[in-house]
Design a protein around this ligand. Structure first.
Ligand code: GCO
Ligand code: MG
Length: 404
């Protein structure tokens, strides 16, 4: 099964997506997500200008060899642009292999290790009361796990809270430059325990509660947050401190038993090697699209399994339905699955990427179609032209640039 074409498709059905479509001489096609939020065209060029010519004539069945060829062959290792581009190729080849075998991808990964995949939704609101109303929406829809975020009194806006009331928040905004938000750790650390207390009081002990700090605290500030949330049994505290220095999590770990999740911005097994092998974290959040595809993500999760670290893949809407399809095949097949993030896409996005995975009662179910079980409608995709969009930046109250 030789590759005869590799095409990059950029579309914006409400937000930008980059997709790689690989065609073989057998007539089968496979697709992979190549979206890197806010830096989309860098990956499109990497694929179009540097990778597509190398794929023509290659055997589509040689997934591992192609992965190594693109990784070691580039000489420049890791990094989000490279790893997202490699992921797109890798996922497209798994899609092709599944179609050629007549099997859904999870069957090629060893088959089901569970019946369904628990997901968490995103509840948020300007005030604690608004957030409680939003949590109710998720509970009523059957969710067993909800991430809770709320506005910080005294700050005009913050991460994870939509503009204009409850509903999905959208961090990337179309425009010529990023929007700017303001941050105060003191104000934030005051409100989050009150939010957790209110959610537990209203919804009882069983609902799983998650929270995303979005890389904004020092290890000791994060440890204080962890201790203050422990009485409310958090499922996890996500990205409490930046992970470039993996050792920061060792320091954090020695000061709180709150479960810690990290990894949505990590792109390789080497970026989380110390986090995992020292058991400094409880959940690893690397994703199919930014961590080198199914092949590499599986390696990360297998390493994590040795150290009782469970998976919790990133699944915000900047990960296209192609990535969600791929993630679900991995989630259902690995032995150390933890939870999957899930943020439904717009109707336009679902139309551009028709898929057969489905949600019911707080769980997602992977497709049983051969391959990934997702396609791209190229004619419809063409109708939605790329729009430059940026993630926001964040400053302290004195103007210092901080992590967003
Ligand atoms: C999450 C993430 C997202 C990211 C976004 C960046 O936990 O879902 O933190 O909200 O900010 O995916 O592109
Ligand atoms: Mg996050």
């Amino acid at each position: 099964m030789k590759i005869v074409d590799a095409k990059v498709i950029v579309t914006c059905p409400g937000r930008n997506f980059v997709t790689l479509k690989v065609t073989t001489d057998s007539g089968l096609t496979g697709i992979g997500d190549a979206t890197l939020n806010g830096r989309e065209l860098a990956v499109a060029s990497y694929l179009r200008d540097h990778i597509a010519p190398l794929l023509i004539g290659r055997d589509a069945h040689r997934i591992s060899d192609t992965w190594q060829y693109l990784y070691k062959g580039a000489y420049w290792r890791r990094g989000p642009v490279t790893m997202t581009a490699i992921a797109a190729v890798d996922v497209a080849l798994w899609d092709l292999k599944g179609k050629a075998a007549g099997l859904p991808v999870h069957q090629l990964l060893g088959g089901r290790a569970r019946d369904r995949v628990m997901v968490y939704g995103h509840a948020g609101g300007e005030t604690i009361d608004d957030t409680l109303d939003d949590v109710r929406r998720f509970v009523d829809a059957g969710y067993r796990a909800v991430r809770v975020q709320c506005g910080v009194p005294g700050l005009p806006s913050t991460y994870g809270v939509g503009h204009g009331g409850p509903g999905p928040y959208e961090p990337a905004e179309a425009g010529a430059a990023p929007t700017e938000s303001v941050w105060s750790t003191t104000k934030y650390l005051d409100v989050v325990p009150r939010l957790f207390a209110a959610v537990r009081e209203r919804f009882g002990p069983e609902l799983e509660l998650l929270h995303d700090v979005h890389h904004r605290l020092t290890p000791m500030e994060a440890a204080r947050l962890g201790e203050s949330l422990l009485p409310y049994r958090p499922f996890w505290i996500e990205d409490p401190t930046p992970a470039e220095n993996q050792g920061a999590f060792g320091l954090l770990r020695s000061h709180t038993t709150a479960p810690i999740a990290v990894g949505e911005v990590l792109t390789s097994i080497w970026d989380c090697q110390d986090l995992i092998t020292n058991q400094w974290i409880d959940f690893i959040r690397t994703t199919v699209v930014h961590a080198g595809g199914i092949t590499h993500l599986k390696r990360i999760f297998d390493l994590a399994d040795l150290y009782q670290v469970r998976s919790g893949s990133h699944g915000a809407t900047d990960l296209s339905p192609v990535s969600m399809a791929a993630a679900l095949h991995v989630d259902v097949a690995i032995s150390n699955f933890g939870i999957q993030e899930y943020m439904p896409h717009t109707a336009e996005t679902d139309d551009v990427f028709p898929h057969t995975w489905w949600f019911s009662d707080g769980y997602l179910h992977p497709s049983e179609e051969p391959g990934l079980g997702v396609e791209i409608d190229e004619t419809l995709a063409e109708r939605f032209e790329y729009r430059p969009a940026y993630l926001p930046v964040n400053r302290l109250e004195d103007g210092t640039l901080h992590s967003w």
